[in-house]
Ligand binder design. Structure first.
Ligand code: FAD
Ligand code: FES
Length: 366
């Protein structure tokens, strides 16, 4: 009879004042490496020399200077693994979206030695310090496209801990040449019999639906699942998980630009007071020249997305600054969590995710 050996997890580093926490402490690029076509890994150290303490799966937000005086705040998962006691560097693996501004600038212009303003680490999509029960439970790390980055951090961390936890690492890309971290994960699995790998390409096999995913992921219903990728992919995995009887408490998902898919937990009825009401306050959005209406109780971000205005967001709790917009006129009630610097506040910036208009507004996005 084989006996499962459950090792106590090595705790992640305690957060302390010596650790990097963004703000005035810029990130200095120390290296750029090509991964697959259109994807590069950028390595950074803290300008102050502080170490990085984060959890596998968390992200940082970079202030990307796309043009003179124009900074776009964009979020990127830390693909490298945390190190007990703090890591000297962190790595971000970034796909340049066709025509996209921040990722385009990072690929074209960011070179070793250059500094970027940054914030973080942020995010609830991460492995926890596992107790014995979680350490024995099978873990599925399921991703598509650049959604591989949090999975890489988790897999690297587990490998570094010599964890005995059963891991199924599943990744979908368009072609074989687009499979991120293929060689590294293959090497991890080769020396770890408790690891299983699935590499799938839509070019060869088409986009997997829930039924095919369920067949490729035996034991899905009994596993703890982390899933990251385009909304359609996450939705299919969620449907497979639900059909397999998965426990909602063991499902974690992240999207890189879309709203959570929310697979298992039954939809709670929308409370009457948060449902969009008739009337509301008018917000003019420049440079689009569009006007939207913000209903009672709605944030600017909720109203903008509801009416098809694409304001980027990540944390949605006033920390990461991704949803920063400039207020040109009017007043808001902003309940942020430290997501703006003093000079940004003085310049009129607000965070759309936690701002509710008190008067009609004009804002500028982009
Ligand atoms: C938590 C998190 C982690 C991420 N991790 C990674 C990563 O590890 N690697 C990686 O390559 N990418 C990652 N992304 C995605 C990355 O932030 C986007 O690729 C980037 O924001 C695109 O910005 P851009 O300026 O290049 O594109 P843009 O020029 O802004 O536009 C491209 C399109 O994407 C939309 N968009 C941009 N950002 C967002 C957003 N946050 N929410 C909704 N819509 C948005 C724009 O409105 C526009 O329609 C992550 C995103 C989030 C939220
Ligand atoms: S989305 Fe993070 S501050 Fe608004």
């Amino acid at each position: 009879m084989s006996v499962a050996v459950i090792e106590p997890p090595v705790p992640m580093a305690e957060t302390g004042p010596a650790f990097w926490s963004g703000g005035g402490d810029a990130l200095v690029c120390t290296g750029v490496a090509a991964e697959v076509p259109g994807v590069r890994t950028f390595t950074f150290r803290a300008a102050s020399g502080a170490l990085f303490d984060y959890r596998p799966g968390q992200y940082v937000t970079l202030g990307v200077p796309v043009a003179e005086g124009a900074i776009l705040w964009r979020s990127f998962t830390i693909a490298s693994a945390p190190v007990t006691g703090g890591a000297a560097t962190l790595a971000l693996t970034i796909k340049a979206q066709p025509g996209a501004r921040a990722t385009g600038w990072l690929h074209q212009s960011l070179r070793p030695g250059m500094s970027l303003a940054a914030r973080g680490p942020f995010g609830d999509f991460h492995l926890d310090d596992a107790g014995a029960a979680a350490a024995a439970r099978p873990l599925m790390l399921i991703s598509a496209g650049s959604g591989a980055t949090p999975m890489a951090s988790m897999a690297r961390w587990l490998a570094g801990q010599e964890s005995r936890r059963p891991v199924h690492y599943f990744h979908l890309a368009r072609t074989e040449g687009d499979l991120l971290f293929h060689a590294e994960m293959t090497a991890f699995a080769a020396s770890r019999p408790h690891w299983q790998l699935s590499w799938v390409t839509s070019e060869r096999e088409g986009r997997p639906d829930a039924a095919r995913l369920a067949a490729s992921l035996p034991g899905l219903g009994g596993a703890e699942v982390f899933c990251c990728g385009p909304a359609g992919f996450v939705g299919s995995v969620a449907a497979a998980f639900q059909a397999a009887g998965g426990d909602a408490a063991l499902w974690r998902e992240e999207g890189f630009g879309a709203n959570p898919v929310g697979p298992v937990v039954p939809e709670a009825p929308v409370p009457a007071e948060s449902a969009p009401a008739a009337g509301g306050l008018a917000v003019r959005i420049e440079p689009l020249g569009r006007e939207i209406t913000v209903s009672a109780g709605e944030t600017l971000l909720e109203a903008a997305l509801r009416q098809g205005v694409p304001i980027p967001s990540s944390c949605r709790k006033g920390q990461c600054s991704t949803c920063r917009v400039r207020k040109l006129s009017g007043e808001v009630d902003m309940q942020d969590d430290g997501g703006l610097f003093e000079d940004e506040i003085e310049a009129g910036d607000i965070l759309a995710c936690c701002s509710r208009p008190l008067t009609p507004l004009t804002i500028k996005i982009g």
